[in-house]
Design a protein around this ligand. Structure first.
Ligand SMILES: C[S@@+](CC[C@H](N)C(=O)[O-])C[C@H]1O[C@@H](n2cnc3c(N)ncnc32)[C@H](O)[C@@H]1O
Length: 272
């Protein structure tokens, strides 16, 4: 086997080993549970904006964006804007790399790849900081609940101009809300692209860990993913591109990360 293929197959073997290792899986769950008590996910920033994610999931997003090369990333849940800036910066790198490969001069302001963020409450200080960021020219923001028909319609209208769409759901984490977001936005996901549902980990945490939240065990993004995949399987649906809509949980992502807020949340759109 040639060296690059050989390295890839060694990595795949490593990941299979981690997936089969029950001790490391349960250690990882304990680690997530204990760090959650101190809001570990709040500790990081991306190009200066706070991002509420594990570093591992940030690396996974970088890998997926490089692989998919989306022209639009739709994100529900903006908060401080870190995930919008992450997506925008990755899209900027894709444009940069394509310009280098094509031997063309890059005009960053003319970039077509964009990020669309939706949040029910875009705080004034966060909005100002996102708009002042050098990546802001790639970012559009809509304020409103991600599941109300007017907002869904606005997003769908914008999405019509794009071909390779990636979706990230990270807003209200109740079952009903995420299920409604999946119904609204998952059909926009491009073929071989991803709909990433964050905070599915809530299902794997202890019952009493979210006392002041409307979500918890049995009522969270993971239960919504399970229900949505069941509906797709039983009822069959079409994506907005007209092709049948099928997703598989990309277990390779969570198996390699071990530490992730999105177990069962990396949904890859597949053709059948
Ligand atoms: C976990 S934070 C998002 C974190 C962000 N994606 C990041 O990685 O930094 C959740 C956000 O969802 C927003 N949110 C809550 N309910 C919502 C709804 N119904 N529609 C849209 N956004 C909502 C909150 O205002 C909050 O800013």
């Amino acid at each position: 086997m040639e060296p690059i293929e050989s390295f890839k197959s060694q990595v795949a073997e490593n990941i299979r080993g981690l997936a089969a290792d029950k001790d490391i899986q349960s250690l990882s769950r304990i680690w997530c549970r204990e760090t959650n008590r101190n809001n570990y996910t709040y500790n990081f920033s991306w190009l200066g904006r706070p991002i509420i994610q594990y570093p591992q999931d940030i690396v996974a997003m970088q890998e997926l964006i490089w692989q998919v090369k989306p022209d639009l990333i739709i994100e529900t849940g903006i908060a401080h804007g870190g995930s919008l800036i992450l997506s925008a910066s990755m899209l900027a790198l894709l444009d940069y790399c394509e310009a280098v490969e094509a031997h063309t001069t890059l005009d960053p302001k003319a970039a077509r790849r964009r990020v669309l963020g939706i949040d029910i409450d875009i705080r004034a200080h966060n909005k100002a900081a996102i708009e002042a960021h050098p990546m802001s020219h790639r970012i559009d923001m809509i304020q409103g609940s991600s599941v109300v028909p007017e907002i869904v319609e606005q997003v769908r209208e914008i999405a019509k101009d794009y071909k390779r769409i990636m979706v990230c759901l990270d807003s209200n984490h109740t079952h009903d809300h995420v299920l409604a977001e999946l119904e609204a936005y998952a059909p926009l996901t491009g073929m071989d692209s991803y709909c990433v549902v964050f905070d599915t980990i809530i299902e794997d945490m202890l019952d009493d860990m979210f006392p002041n939240r409307p979500w918890g065990k049995g009522n969270n993004p993971k239960t919504a993913v399970w229900e949505y995949l069941r509906r797709l399987q039983e009822e069959g649906r079409s994506a907005t591109d007209g092709a049948p809509l099928h997703f598989e949980v990309d277990k390779m992502v969570e198996n390699k990360l071990l530490i992730s807020v999105a177990p069962d949340g990396y949904l890859k759109r597949i053709s059948s």
